[in-house]
Design a binder for this molecule. Sequence first.
Ligand code: AN0
Ligand code: CP
Length: 317
Amino acid sequence: MKQFTSVHDVTDINALVAEALALKQNPYGNQSLGANKTIGLVFLNPSLRTRMSTQKAALNLGMNAMVLNIDKEGWALELQDGAIMNGTTVEHIREAAAVLGQYVDILGVRSFPGLKNREEDYSETIFNKFVEFCGVPVVSLESATRHPLQSLADLITITELKLVERPKVVMTWAPHIKPLPQAVPNSFAEWMCHADVDFVITHPEGYDLSTEFTRGAAITYNQQEALNGADFIYVKNWSAYEPYGEMPGLGSYDNWMLTNQSLLQTNNAKVMHCLPVRRNIELSDEILDGANSAVIHEDGNRVWAAQAVLEEILQGL
Ligand code: AN0
Ligand code: CP
């Protein structure tokens, strides 16, 4: 693997999931692979899980890991080519990314969308500039449109916990108080459309995701209908793709938050969420604290997802 920015960088997703599960059984078996290799983790946005799990995965492989919160601790970055830098920006991303590439063997980058200009976000302007100028393999730590390490951990979790050969997986929109990126649901949809599952997406009208990511999925505006017989429910809020970054009908969809009542018609579904989650807005206490919640297990699996990816990239260095 030369980079990990989406499901399209993976040659065999089942083999990658199997490798992650093997690493979970034997985390320290490949410590010489990463000896004298360094990963840089660059964050333009906050993170708990991605930062800690990727760092842990690197350590398990014998690598060194360095973290830079570039938005707070780095120089203010200029992104525009040809800019006359007489304003607030101090350093161009061309130099910043290229220099980072001199220090590390693999670079992880987190760069959220601005949610103002769809074309800019969906062309991954910032993330792709890191890829272009750093000169080393890049791992997405969540870009403007995708979060593949999360989706891989989600598929690992479904593979581990499924009780039927081909489970029904339902991704449901949930309420939130502010507009969130489409990266997590885009990416989850993209991975599920490549996985051996029956995949259904449900959301209120106005929250359709880009068909680039949902092609092959069944989509319904009726949450009740979608939840029938579900084996897994993947809960996530996202803002609208059209009108971009907005929250149509804000406040009128509070009943989209799952409660124990919502689980009655399911196949005793496991409930997943990438976290962080706003309790009693996106997901009720009774579900998060109940027997059907798989969220902690799911986010524990972020280590094995990252470790399987780093291992494959290291093997190609
Ligand atoms: C981010 C999002 O929805 O993309 C990160 C999730 C992993 N969540 C928030 O901003 C709350
Ligand atoms: N799920 C996830 O990526 O969490 P963080 O934003 O805390 O990394």
